[in-house]
Design a protein around this ligand. Sequence first.
Ligand SMILES: [Fe+2]
Length: 210
Amino acid sequence: MEAEKGIESLILAIEMVDDYTKGHSKRVQEYSLLFGETLKRAGYPVDLDVLSTSSILHDVGKLQIPAAILQKKGRLTDEEFEVIKKHPVVGAEIAEKLNYSKDIISTIYHHHERYDGKGYPSQIAGENIPFLSRVITVCDTFDALTSNRSYRNALTPHQAKEIILENMGTQFDPSFEPYFRQVYPSLEEIALNKSEVQIAPTLFSEKYGS
Ligand SMILES: [Fe+2]
């Protein structure tokens, strides 16, 4: 119970500095657990406890990113994006200081890696990326795409699903495809029921993700 309160406090602190992530951590956790359960039923090695903690804490490193960058309206400059890119490393450091397990620390550290090795911070690829980081990155992107950002309006869940499927093998683990299709109706239901108003997209940035 106390541990849960500690996590809630951290999430509240992130959301106070980063308005755009309102509800993001909690939703990414919900999506990750649904997707993780689906993958576990299919025989993948999924530790749901590790997944639960690392998915809700994945962006905790944003606490150390200047609010002026997190709250900036409009597109980020390359320099600002480099600062944002430090958040997985900082997040892992925070998790380490709070004595979370090695698995949780490395899952947070690698949640922005891409399957093709073009992510960050380590630019590792494929199976070298911790399995649960590969799960979280799909759910993180799904929530980012279905949420309003300063530079674009939210996409519909269906549009987000299509983008994720198109990026299987480049950004995401391609072996996830059938299971993502399988879990999608449950993700869609949550995305459609969140309080944020869904508005048709006017602009789409290649720097999606959060
Ligand atoms: Fe992140």
